[in-house]
Design a protein around this ligand. Structure first.
Ligand code: SF4
Ligand code: SF4
Length: 124
């Protein structure tokens, strides 16, 4: 990841079509049992080329989308544990296997501190 959608999501799905990385799916299509619209961490690129993440720009619910850990090898065990906990449903690619951070690292915003990510601070 990435960024994470939290329980204040109203499932409007406005963010889905805005994502440049096709990382967002409605709760019905989430790979986990999710009450809310879901972000696939293995796809999210944190909109590194934009001034603000596109999903946040369009979201009507302030504070709904928060920072998560970078999707990089260093955080492989974090995401694997999240899978075990039912928080993430990381995709298995036919040839590449499970698209974990070590297997498929994604771009992330270096200016966001690890501390802010650990706290899941709102993206703004
Ligand atoms: S931060 Fe960008 S890439 Fe990530 S889910 Fe939001 S819109 Fe998609
Ligand atoms: S735009 Fe915000 S409230 Fe709407 S589905 Fe996406 S995260 Fe949820």
């Amino acid at each position: 990841m990435s960024v994470l959608i939290t329980e204040s999501c109203i499932n409007c799905d406005a963010c889905i079509d805005e994502c440049p990385a096709t990382a967002i799916v409605s709760s019905d299509e989430a790979p986990i049992d999710s009450e809310y619209t879901y972000i696939k961490p293995e796809n999210c690129i944190e909109c590194v080329d934009a001034s603000i993440p596109k999903c946040v720009d369009v979201c009507p619910t302030e504070g709904c989308i928060v920072w998560d850990m970078p999707y990089t090898a260093e955080f492989d065990s974090y995401y694997l544990q999240g899978m075990e906990d039912g928080k993430y449903g990381i995709r298995e690619h036919k040839k590449k296997g499970l698209l974990t951070p070590a297997n498929q690292p994604r771009p992330f915003r270096e200016e966001v501190s690890i501390n802010d990510r650990v706290k899941h601070l709102a993206v703004s």
